[in-house]
Design a protein around this ligand. Structure first.
Ligand code: BGC
Length: 686
C-alpha cells in the first residue's frame, strides 16, 4: 500500500502543475460513470460503478459479474466477516471490470416498509447498519477500490426523492440518520461519499454547509471526497444551492454532467472573488488523494488483481444467501424436509422460476449475472433422483409456494395487461415506493387456496420490505424469508429447505402487523403525498424503538429468526461493572449451548436501557452482537464488546454526543424481545 507521505507528495505535486481550468474539469463527471482526464499529467478517467449488490448492469452488460445477495440479506446475516468478504469480492470484480469506485454500500435507515430501495439498504437500526457497513467498506478498499457509502443523508423513501424536503429535528438526524455514516467515516475511512438527492430542513444536501463541511468534514474528519447523486443538481423547481454554496460546503464532484460546476459559471464566480484558488485546491486535493489511493498512477502489475464470477465469488454468493435466510415460522417442525422420507413436492408460485438479475430490474443496483439459479433450478439439483417435483398440490407430500415481491420494471408493468393485481404488482424498485403493504392479491388467493388443498404448505418469500401477512399467516405452517438472494439463491434455498444448512438469519427490520402501526404512516405529513415536505414526527422512535415505546406488538420483532435447533444462553457476565470514560469498553461473556439436534448458528444480541433522565430514551437500543456457530450439543463462550460511545445520545444542548451517567441495564437475548438475562452496569465518565 502506498504511504501517506507518498500520497501527499504526489497530490501536492499535481496541484502545483494543474491550471485552474484543469481543476474545474476534474470537478465534474463525464459520460455518466466517468470523470475527465488530464493526459499531460497522467490523470486518467476515474470510472465508477454501482454497487452495492455487485458490479451493476451499466458497467457489465456482458453478464460477466457475480450478482451477490442484496444489502438486506447481508444485514439479516448479522455477519461481519461475510460483509468483509463481500466487500473484498466486489472490490476484485470492480478491478476486473476496470472500475475504481463502487457506489455503495447503501446505508439509509429503514424508516418505512414502502421504500422502493429497502433491498439495497441494511436496517432500521444504526448500530446494525454500521456494524455491517464498516467491514464492507474495508473489504472494498482492501482491493484499493474506493467505496462510496450513500445516500448521505435521510433518503428514506423514493417518493419525490429529488425534491422532498425532510423535516427532522437535530437529535433524530444525528442519532438515527447520521450515526452510521459517522461511525463509518471514523472507523473505515471511506474514500468517497455520495450526497442524497433530497433536502434536509430546507437545504439540498449537496449544497449544505452544515451537513458536508461542518459535520462530515470538520467534525468527523472525513478524508475522502463528496460526489453528488446523479443529476441531483438539476433544476426541478426547488431552489438549488448556488455554485459558491456548493464549493463552500465541500462538494468535490458533480455527477454525471456539469450544472453547478459549469466552467463558465466557475470562472465568473472566481473572477468576482466568491472563492479562492485554495478553496478549489482543497476540493481537488481530496479527489487526487483518492486517485492516488486507488493506484491511478501506479503500474497495473503492482495493484491487487481483479477477478469476476470466479468459483470463490459464486461460493461466497451462496454462503451469503444462506446466512441471511430467516425462518419466520415453523409449526410442528415442518422444516427441514427429510429427503429420504418424502416422495414428491409441489413447487408453485410466481417466484419459483423468476430471475431477478435482468436489465433495468430494480434500478441502479441491478446486476446482470452470467447465470441465476432460481428456486426451481436449485430444487431440481437437490431432488434429482430422490424426490419428484410436481405441480399438483393435492398429490404432493409438501407444497413449496414461492411468493413475494420482485423488481419489475415500468416497461414490464405497462405491457402486462393480464395481471389481476394491478397497479401494484409487488414491485420494489428505485424511483418508486410501494403503494400497498400486502402481497399482490393473486398471491394471497393462491396461498389460501393451496393451504385448503394441502395444509403442509411452506411459503417462501422474496421481498426486502416487511409485508402484511394478516390474511394468510394463521393457517400457514411455515414461512421462510429469503429476501433477494442473488445468483446462487436457488441453491441456498434448497439447502435450507432440506436442512443441509440451518437458517440463522435475523430480521434487520421490525415486521409490523399493519401499515398504520408504523410511525412513518401516521399521516400524509409523515409519509409524502403531494406535499414536498415530509415530517419525521416520530423523532428517534424508528423501527423497534417506536414499537417498544408505544407497546405495539409487531408481527415479528427486530432481531427475530428461528432455527432448526435450540440454544440456551447462560452464565452471562460482564468483565466490568463500571465504564469510566468515553473511550472505555466492557466485555460481556455468555455461555451458549446448542441444546437441539443439529449444528447451527445463533446471534446473541445486547440492548442497552439507559436511565433516560437527561432526555427521553428508547426502551432499549442495540449496542452489540455476535454470531456464533455451535455443533450439536456444543457449548461455547461468546464475547461481545460494548463500547461506551455506543451508549451515547445526541445532546442538543451541547451540540455533541453525551453519555448519560448512572445505571444502565444491558439486555442479552436472541431478539429484541426474547431477552434471557439482564446485567446492570454503571457509567461514570467525564
Ligand atoms: C441512484 C444512485 C446511483 C446513481 C448512479 C442514482 O439514481 O440514486 O444510488 O448510484 O444513480 O447510477
Amino acid at each position: 500500500m502506498i504511504s501517506n507521505e507518498q500520497i501527499k507528495e504526489k497530490v501536492e505535486g499535481l496541484l502545483e502543475e494543474l491550471t485552474l481550468e484543469e481543476k474545474y474539469k476534474l470537478m465534474v463527471g463525464f459520460f455518466r460513470f466517468q470523470t475527465n482526464t488530464i493526459p499531460r499529467l497522467g490523470i486518467k478517467t476515474f470510472k465508477v460503478t454501482d454497487g452495492p449488490l455487485g458490479i451493476s448492469q451499466h458497467s457489465s452488460m456482458l453478464r460477466k459479474n457475480t450478482k451477490f445477495p442484496a444489502g438486506i440479506n447481508l444485514a439479516a446475516s448479522w455477519n461481519r466477516e461475510l460483509a468483509h468478504e463481500c466487500g473484498e469480492a466486489i472490490g476484485r470484480e470492480a478491478r476486473a471490470t476496470g472500475r475504481l469506485c463502487v457506489l455503495g454500500p447503501g446505508i439509509n435507515i429503514g424508516r418505512t416498509p414502502l421504500n422502493g430501495r429497502t433491498y439495497e439498504y441494511y436496517s432500521e437500526d444504526p448500530h446494525l447498519t454500521k456494524e455491517i457497513a464498516i467491514p464492507f467498506v474495508k473489504g472494498i478498499q482492501s482491493q484499493r477500490i474506493a467505496a462510496c457509502p450513500k445516500h448521505y443523508v435521510a433518503n428514506n423513501q423514493e417518493t419525490h426523492r429529488h425534491t422532498i424536503d425532510v423535516q427532522v429535528d437535530e437529535r433524530t438526524l444525528q442519532e438515527i440518520y447520521l450515526r452510521a455514516f459517522k461511525e463509518i467515516v471514523e472507523e473505515a475511512d471511506p474514500w468517497t461519499i455520495m450526497s442524497a438527492y433530497n433536502l434536509v430542513n430546507g437545504e439540498y444536501v449537496h449544497g449544505s454547509y452544515k451537513l458536508l463541511k461542518e459535520i462530515l468534514i470538520d467534525k468527523w474528519g472525513f478524508n475522502g471526497f463528496v460526489m453528488t447523486d446523479w443529476w441531483a443538481t438539476q433544476d426541478r423547481g426547488v431552489t438549488q444551492p448556488t455554485t459558491e454554496m456548493a464549493i463552500n460546503a465541500g462538494l468535490t464532484l458533480e455527477m454525471p454532467v456539469p450544472i453547478l460546476y459549469r466552467e463558465e459559471v466557475l470562472l465568473e464566480n472566481y473572477s468576482k472573488g466568491k472563492y479562492t484558488e485554495e478553496d478549489i485546491n482543497e476540493l481537488v486535493r481530496r479527489l487526487l488523494r483518492v486517485y492516488t489511493q486507488v493506484g491511478m498512477f501506479e503500474k497495473e502489475k503492482d495493484l491487487p488483481k481483479g477477478e469476476r464470477n470466479t468459483k470463490r465469488h459464486q461460493e461466497l454468493a451462496r454462503r451469503m444467501a444462506e446466512g441471511g435466510i430467516v425462518l419466520l415460522k415453523n409449526e410442528k417442525q415442518l422444516l427441514p424436509l427429510n429427503i429420504s422420507e418424502i416422495n414428491s413436492i409441489a413447487v408453485l408460485g410466481p417466484n419459483a422460476k423468476r430471475k431477478f438479475g435482468k436489465i433495468l430490474l430494480g434500478g441502479a443496483a441491478a446486476v446482470t449475472p452470467p447465470y441465476e439459479i432460481t428456486p426451481l433450478k436449485g430444487l431440481k439439483e437437490k431432488c434429482k433422483g430422490k424426490v419428484k417435483i410436481i405441480k399438483d398440490p393435492s398429490r404432493a407430500d409438501v407444497v413449496l409456494l414461492f411468493m413475494g415481491l420482485n423488481h419489475d420494471s415500468q416497461i414490464t408493468l405497462l405491457s402486462d395487461k393480464t395481471r389481476e393485481d394491478k397497479p401494484e404488482f409487488g414491485k420494489e424498485s428505485e424511483e418508486v415506493d410501494r403503494t400497498v403493504f400486502g402481497l399482490p392479491i393473486a398471491q394471497i388467493k393462491l396461498i389460501k387456496k393451496t393451504i385448503e388443498i394441502n395444509p403442509k404448505t411452506i411459503v417462501i418469500l422474496n421481498n426486502a420490505n416487511p409485508i402484511s401477512m394478516e390474511e394468510w399467516i394463521e393457517n400457514t405452517p411455515a414461512i421462510l424469508e429469503v429476501w433477494y438472494p442473488g445468483m446462487e439463491g436457488g441453491r441456498a434455498i434448497a439447502s435450507v429447505l432440506f436442512g443441509d444448512v440451518n437458517p440463522s438469519g435475523k430480521i434487520p427490520l421490525t415486521f409490523p402487523k399493519q401499515l398504520k402501526d408504523c410511525p412513518a404512516h401516521k399521516s400524509t405529513k409523515t409519509f409524502p403525498g403531494e406535499d414536498l415536505k415530509v415530517y419525521y414526527e416520530e423523532g428517534i422512535y424508528v423501527g423497534y424503538r417506536y414499537f417498544e415505546k408505544e407497546r405495539i406488538e409487531p408481527l415479528f420483532p427486530f432481531g427475530f429468526g428461528l432455527s432448526y435447533t435450540t440454544f440456551e444462553i447462560k452464565n452471562t457476565t460482564a468483565d466490568k461493572s463500571k465504564l469510566q470514560s468515553k473511550e472505555d469498553s466492557l466485555k460481556i461473556t455468555a455461555e451458549v449451548i446448542n441444546t437441539g439436534e443439529r449444528e447451527g448458528s445463533e446471534v446473541i444480541q445486547v440492548y442497552s436501557e439507559a436511565p433516560g433522565k437527561a432526555v427521553d430514551r428508547p426502551v432499549k437500543e442495540l449496542v452489540g452482537f455476535e454470531k456464533i456457530f455451535l455443533k450439536k450439543g456444543e457449548k461455547k463462550n461468546v464475547e461481545i464488546q460494548i463500547k461506551t460511545k455506543d451508549l451515547a445520545f445526541y445532546d442538543t444542548k451541547k451540540d455533541d454526543w453525551s453519555i448519560e451517567q448512572g445505571k444502565h441495564i444491558l439486555h442479552i437475548g436472541n431478539s429484541s424481545t426474547n431477552i434471557s438475562t439482564k446485567i446492570e452496569i454503571k457509567i461514570n465518565s467525564d
